[in-house]
Design a binder for this molecule. Structure first.
Ligand code: B1M
Length: 241
């Protein structure tokens, strides 16, 4: 076979309609498209599954969260890097935007709630956004309060949203100590025990997490998801005991 025939065959193989795929192959294709950060394809695949009568929760868990799990694992293992993960997260957001109102309508509860924001004096938000998106992908409701947050901003968000988890991000050695200011104020106000506090950002480490009084330091977004799930489970088990 000459190379132009080979190319034509490859083109044929890739030239298919998502709507022609049976459910299991479509879900597999959505996983692949999420991995490749193809937002339009994710939106199309999400709509097709919904049109076929899939419940929004099933689309979320099997197609989107399932796909994002693969992305998270490869990110953790150094196979995928930040730009690819941001694209995947953005593609996932496309699908989530379609599902979000349907999930709210059917009363499907998120597995937990998180408020996340970058600390005062710091405008870095790429890592925080990624953590927020991955947490959403894992089924958490995420309230992102943006950058440059003072103690008052965090307290206002906690009072308004009653999250299970408070997440703080800092990328500067000059701003990361502010996390302790927030935690100390929580202790002072007697509300520290009401929340799981997770911190992250490139200059932080485990030791720093302990020093500021957080429940956990998270190295990256996939660790934030795993840690959030684990700590929430532990808290609920302890509350039920
Ligand atoms: Co800035 N910057 N920056 N910067 N910047 C750094 C952080 C720096 C290390 C660069 C360097 O000099 N090598 C340096 C800090 C040095 C230090 O403190 N020791 C630095 C500096 C100095 C500055 C300025 C002061 C520069 C200046 O103006 N002279 C200034 C500060 C502005 C301010 O905040 N007040 C500044 C500005 C900027 C830009 C605006 C240009 C831009 C930010 C754009 C934006 O965020 N929208 C920027 C960028 C892009 C960077 C670098 C290059 C990349 C940061 C990033 O997005 N990484 C950065 C160098 C570096 O980190 N190597 C640098 C990708 C991101 C996905 O990773 O944020 O680590 P990261 O998030 C990870 C984990 O840390 C973790 O999960 C994420 C995903 O896996 N994580 C969490 C993060 N937050 C979490 C929260 C959690 C859990 C996990 O909560 C539960």
């Amino acid at each position: 076979m000459n190379s132009s025939n080979e190319q034509a065959e490859m083109d044929d193989a890739e030239d298919f309609e998502l709507a022609d795929l049976p459910d299991d192959e479509l879900v597999h294709q959505i996983h692949d498209d999420l991995y490749d950060g193809l937002k339009e394809e994710i939106e199309e695949g999400t709509n097709i599954l919904l049109e076929r009568g899939w419940a929004a929760e099933k689309v979320l868990n099997e197609a989107l969260v399932g796909g994002m799990k693969i992305v998270g694992i490869d990110f953790r293992d150094g196979i995928l890097f930040v730009p690819e993960v941001l694209l995947a997260a953005n593609a996932m957001k496309g699908g989530m935007t379609i599902l979000r109102p349907l999930l709210a309508e059917t009363g499907v509860k998120p597995i937990g709630k998180m408020v996340i924001g970058t600390v005062k004096g710091d405008i870095h938000d790429i890592g925080k956004n990624l953590v927020g998106m991955m947490m959403e992908g894992a089924g958490f409701e995420v309230i992102d309060i943006g950058i440059n947050n003072s103690v008052d901003d965090y307290f206002e968000a906690m009072e308004q949203h009653h999250p299970d988890i408070l997440g703080m991000s800092a990328l500067l050695t000059t701003t990361m100590p502010y996390m302790k200011v927030v935690v100390d104020e929580m202790v002072k106000k007697g509300i520290r025990g009401d929340y799981i506090v997770m911190v992250g950002g490139a200059p932080l480490n485990e030791e720093f997490g302990v020093a500021v009084g957080a429940d956990a330091y998270c190295r990256d977004a996939s660790q934030a998801v795993q840690t959030g799930q684990r700590l929430l489970q532990q808290r609920r088990a302890a509350a039920g005991a």
